[in-house]
Design a protein around this ligand. Structure first.
Ligand code: G3I
Length: 376
């Protein structure tokens, strides 16, 4: 869908004129849930204005970090539930669909998890017991409050094979099956998801489809597949996204965009992977927009978001949720990845929590009739 310049001008006018605008959750209420990943300052009362933006625009939240193994279970005999309790409380108080991210991952999992007291690798049964205890403790604590869990995150290589990890090495390939079995036992009502990046690339997508089929064959009620959505300005194409959603649909699972952001900064690497371990030195040419995003790039971002959302709206019967990985540009992990200290603009709200032209372009893809309201 070509958005013409008029839309941008209207968008900027609406953004600055105080006309009450359709919110994201209102615009897509008949299509899918729409939300954002929150960091601690946003649900702990630290950033009240951003919390207000979340309440106004979104109907679902995800935890950027507080439910990961490292922050919530730093030592074998120590859980740190404070921040996660606040996250869940914020979600409940505001009637939001609360997502849990993530129970089993190769990143942000402390070394002690895989070692015995002498620092030697654990055996299969001991690590399975540790995984089970962690899942029952965390999922059990938020039973009936957290609606869906990214049970396993990023378990596949780009060619669709199983990623090497301490989980796979010590337990074996069935560590995934075990993780889903434990999560289902811990909260039979919670939706269970598989979450990964670059599933828009065919080899990896085929691997994920085979994984879902394997879990289903083992009786695991997997509810959805999460496409993380760490996209850039030319990958994936709308056709690739369309094809990907269509490929998962026959499996009877929902598709969610779980960590959406659009990186338009110069690439520090050719890789499309969202491997958090990547880190490149800051160079001026990699950080061209320190004084704001030029209007022409704002327009390109708006068009890109509109093209992707048009595909998501087309598949509103399969796409159940779209979550942005952060609330405003200032919060985004892309300010420090894969190059620390850059000025990124990947989301719909700027550093002053103001809607960007991309916000209006996204709203325009809604199937709801657009009627600008009278100024209050
Ligand atoms: O909380 C500690 C703090 O105590 C310490 O002083 C500070 C300095 O090292 O680190 C803080 O932890 C950081 C944490 O974010 C909270 O800010 C970790 O170092 C840092 O690695 C972590 O980064 C997160 C990253 O996952 C790590 O895995 C990013 O915020 C988060 O956006 C990112 O999210 C991942 C998804 O979970 C999975 N998909 C990719 C996505 C982007 O990488």
């Amino acid at each position: 869908m070509k958005i013409n310049h008029a839309f941008i001008i209207v968008g900027i006018f609406l953004a600055t004129s105080g006309f009450a605008q359709t919110t994201l959750k209102e615009a897509f209420k008949n299509d899918f849930l729409i939300g954002a990943a929150l960091n601690e300052t946003q649900f702990s009362g630290g950033k009240a204005a951003e919390a207000a933006l979340v309440r106004t625009q979104f109907n679902t939240i995800s935890p950027e970090n507080v439910l990961k193994w490292e922050p919530i279970h730093p030592k074998s005999d120590q859980y740190n539930f404070g921040p996660a309790d606040q996250y869940v409380e914020f979600g409940q108080k505001n009637g939001l669909f609360i997502v849990g991210h993530t129970l089993v991952w190769h990143q942000q999992t402390p070394k002690w998890v895989f070692q015995d007291a002498r620092g030697k690798p654990l055996d299969r049964d001991t690590l399975l017991a540790r995984m089970r205890e962690h899942i029952f403790t965390v999922v059990g604590r938020y039973q009936g409050k957290i609606g869906g869990w990214d049970v396993v995150n990023e378990a596949l290589n780009d060619d669709g094979t199983l990623r090497e990890s301490p989980w796979e090495k010590i337990i074996g390939e069935d560590y995934l099956l075990k993780a889903y079995q434990f999560a289902h036992e811990a909260d039979p009502q919670a939706q269970l998801y598989y979450n990964d990046f670059s599933l828009e690339n065919a080899p990896k997508r085929e691997g994920a489809i085979a994984l879902v089929k394997k879990l289903q064959a083992a009786g695991i009620p997997i509810a959805g597949v999460g496409l993380q959505g760490h996209y850039n300005m030319d990958w994936p194409t709308p056709a690739q996204l369309d094809e990907t959603i269509a490929a998962f649909s026959p499996l009877g699972v929902k598709v969610m965009i779980t960590e959406l952001d659009l990186n338009m900064l110069p690439a520090a690497t050719q890789s499309q992977a969202a491997e958090v371990s990547m880190n490149f030195a800051l160079r001026a040419e990699l950080n061209p927009y320190t004084n704001g995003l030029p209007a022409v790039v704002q327009q390109q971002l708006a068009q890109r978001y509109a093209d992707l959302f048009a595909v998501l709206v087309k598949h509103h019967d399969v796409v159940s949720r779209v979550t942005f990985w952060g609330v405003t540009d200032g919060d985004s992990w892309l300010n420090n990845w894969p190059v620390k200290g850059r000025t990124a603009y990947p989301l719909l709200f700027d550093r002053n929590r103001q809607p960007k032209p991309a916000f209006n372009a996204v709203i325009q893809t809604s199937r709801l009739p657009q009627t600008p309201q009278k100024p209050r």
